[in-house]
Every structure is written in structure tokens, then in C-alpha cells.
Write a protein that binds this ligand. Structure first.
Ligand code: NDP
Length: 348
């Protein structure tokens, strides 16, 4: 059995969802009440692969909302309690979605082995980052040529290059062969180490990298105040919005600049579930975050271990492995809409 731990995208949206599910107390409750609320297993589903194999899964809402991010103890408790619930329900492999994996890693929750009386078994959880990195790479190689960008000559900026996903994307694109990798992050030392490990790549600030890039892969959460001067960007420019939340389209949309939601996959058939509606997917019945899909893939493949775990452990071999599984079990990376309809929307 696979599990997915997620959360609503805002407090307001969570209250609307609670109302629709008949939880009137929560719908009217304030943030303090939500902070004290336990995680909920809200849905169970069956998923069938094109191979004919069917598996069962469960969605656990951590009852975390982004408004709690500054309440560190609450955020930490929400994630650990959701993991405890997954383990108590005997779920074999559970993906940490949205902010929950960020909280897990940034607050170093690996130290917190015990929640109440339960000792957490890390092998039951995965961040889903290996599949996310592979899907983002697929989105680059599929969509750049569709825009007339020759990847063999293109400059590809990776914003968040030193991160878990970003460094894996750099290694994969290096093997693929791109014109030049532009490495962007805030701290210089990890950038230098990455450059040394790759044996290539140019370290640049964001403002220098953007005007040079034919393709930009964002695998960092965007600062709210970030402004992008779209007039300086190349045309065409492909931007893969792989961070969370996915808000690059509000900052960089312009004719000739093509923003694609990164790390999103579409399943080969509709799944009778509600859970992706809260994640604002265009087609919530079949689209999902690639990190969630990783738990589904691991369950299909009966790999019940923490496939993606810790920082900078993703290898080309594990990306290839999860990529083969992704195709076998009917997942496809989200692609740009046909160009004609995109330009019509932008110029309307
Ligand atoms: P990491 O924390 O490992 O890496 C984050 C990277 O971003 C680091 O290189 C960091 O370096 C850099 N960074 C952070 N802030 C900025 C900034 N303001 N400007 C430039 N660089 C910045 O994170 P992950 O690799 O695990 O995840 C990356 C993103 O992907 C996150 O937003 C995460 O939520 C999202 N994600 C999306 C998924 C999906 O859509 N399916 C699934 C999983 C994750 P430095 O601190 O030096 O700047």
C-alpha cells in the first residue's frame, strides 16, 4: 500500500474544503484550532497500471497550511504526526508532498525518531525527489525542441542548482549534453563544490543568468518579492517551474516566454480521487506531483524503501530506474500546450 502526505495550499482553501466534507467546526475554526488538529486519513483509492497490476493507497492530510510555516513547533509536529499516522496504518511507502518534505529536511526531523510511543521507520517514507528530478529533465528535453531550442547548443540555467533536485537535474542534463549549464543559488561554497564535481558549469547570479538562458529550470521556492524583468529574457525561453508553490507564471509570462509547471505528471487514466483538487491541478483526476507518483511507482515495483532520502544522494542510476518504472506504469510528464493556443491566450 502507498501513502501520500499533503496539505491544502492556504488556510482559506482548507476551510472551504472542510465545509464541503461536512467538518463545520473546522470550517469555522481559527488558525489556533487548526494548529491543534490531528492529521486525517481522508481518502483511500485503488490505482491500476497499464500492466494490469492494481494497488491500494491512502491520502493523509497533515492539516498543515502554509500560514503555519513560521510556527516552527507546529509545522514540525504536523509532519511527524502525519508520518506516525501513515506508519500506524501500516502503509508500506509514503511520499512527503508540498511543504512537508521541506519541513522534514530543513528542520532536520531525522533526529526525531520517536513520536509519542511510535518509533518512526524511515524506510517507509520517500521525498519523491528522484522522480521529480527525472520528470523535470524529461520536460526539458521534450519541450525545448518543440520551441525550436537546440539543447545541444542551449544555455540552461538551473536556479537551485545545489539543491537535492537541482544537483540531480544538473548531472542528468550534463549526461544528456546541453550547450552550457548556468549554476544559480545563493551560497557560493556549495556552488563551487558542485562546479568541481560536474567539472563544468558557470556560476552566475540570477540577474546575470536569466538574460543568457534559453531554458531556465527553477528548483527553488521563489521569494515572494521576486521581480523578473521579462523584457531582458531570450525569445523563445522555456521556463520549468519546478519549485513549490508553483507561481512563476505570475512573474514571467510574456509572449515568447513559455512557463511550464514542473514536476507534474499525468496518469494514463483517471483515478477516482478528490485529493488533487486541493493541489490546484488542471486535471485533478489524473495529474499529480511527481513526488506523489514516486510512492505509487515504488509500490507498483514493490520497492518498499526510502528510495529518495537526505540531500544530494540522487544518482543517474536511480533516476533511470524510476524513469523506466514511470513509463511502465503509465505516467507522462506534463507538456506545454500546443503553441498556437498558448500564443492566442497570451495575446488575448
Ligand atoms: P533543496 O533545499 O535541497 O534545494 C533548494 C535549492 O534552492 C538550493 O540550491 C538553494 O541554495 C536554492 N535556493 C533557495 N532559495 C533560493 C533563492 N532565493 N535564489 C536562488 N536559489 C535559491 O530543495 P529540493 O531540491 O528538495 O526542492 C527544490 C524545490 O522543489 C522546492 O521548492 C520544493 O518544494 C520543490 N519540489 C517540487 C516537487 C514537485 O513539484 N513535484 C516535489 C519536490 C520538491 P541556497 O540556499 O544556497 O540558495
Amino acid at each position: 500500500m502507498f501513502g501520500l502526505i499533503g496539505h491544502s495550499t492556504s488556510f482559506e482553501e482548507a476551510r472551504i474544503k472542510a465545509k464541503s466534507l461536512g467538518f463545520d467546526d473546522y470550517a469555522e475554526g481559527d488558525l489556533d484550532m487548526w494548529c491543534a488538529a490531528p492529521p486525517q486519513l481522508v481518502e483511500t483509492v485503488s490505482v491500476t497500471s497499464p500492466t494490469g497490476k492494481t494497488i491500494q493507497g491512502a491520502y493523509i492530510d497533515s492539516v498543515f497550511v502554509p500560514e503555519m510555516l513560521r510556527r516552527f513547533k507546529t509545522a514540525k509536529r504536523k509532519v511527524l504526526k502525519a508520518m506516525e499516522l501513515a506508519q500506524k496504518r501500516d502503509i508500506d511507502i509514503t511520499a512527503l508532498g508540498g511543504f512537508t518534505s521541506i519541513i522534514f529536511e530543513d528542520m532536520n526531523l531525522l533526529r526525531e525518531e520517536r513520536v509519542s510511543a511510535v518509533e518512526l521507520e524511515w524506510k517507509r517514507f520517500t521525498t519523491g525527489n528522484t522522480h521529480t528530478a527525472w520528470v523535470i529533465c524529461q520536460q526539458v528535453v521534450t519541450n525545448a525542441p518543440a520551441l525550436g531550442i537546440d539543447l545541444a547548443k542551449a544555455k540552461v540555467a538551473v536556479v537551485g542548482a545545489t539543491g537535492d533536485i537541482g544537483s540531480a537535474v544538473c548531472r542528468w542534463l550534463q549526461r544528456q549534453g546541453v550547450g552550457e549549464l548556468l549554476l544559480v543559488a545563493r551560497r557560493p561554497q556549495p556552488l563551487v563544490e558542485l562546479q568541481q564535481n560536474l567539472g563544468e558549469g558557470r556560476i552566475l547570479g540570477l540577474e546575470e543568468a536569466l538574460p543568457e538562458a534559453d531554458v531556465v529550470v527553477w528548483v527553488a521556492s521563489l521569494p515572494q518579492g521576486l521581480q523578473i524583468d521579462t523584457s531582458t529574457l531570450k525569445r523563445p525561453c522555456l521556463m520549468i517551474d519546478g519549485g513549490y508553490p508553483k507561481n512563476l507564471d505570475t512573474k514571467a509570462s510574456a509572449p515568447g516566454v513559455h512557463v511550464l509547471k514542473g514536476g507534474i505528471v499525468e496518469f494514463w487514466q483517471d483515478i477516482g480521487w478528490q485529493m488533487m483538487e486541493v493541489a490546484e491541478m488542471a486535471k485533478p483526476q489524473c495529474q499529480m506531483f511527481a513526488c506523489f507518483a514516486e510512492a505509487i511507482l515504488l509500490d507498483f515495483e514493490e520497492i518498499h524503501t526510502n528510495f529518495s532520502w537526505g540531500r544530494n544522494n540522487i544518482t543517474l542510476a536511480t533516476m533511470d530506474q524510476i524513469g523506466v518504472a514511470s513509463r511502465r506504469h503509465g505516467f507522462q510528464a506534463l507538456a506545454l500546450e500546443p503553441l498556437a493556443s498558448r500564443e492566442a491566450v497570451l495575446t488575448a
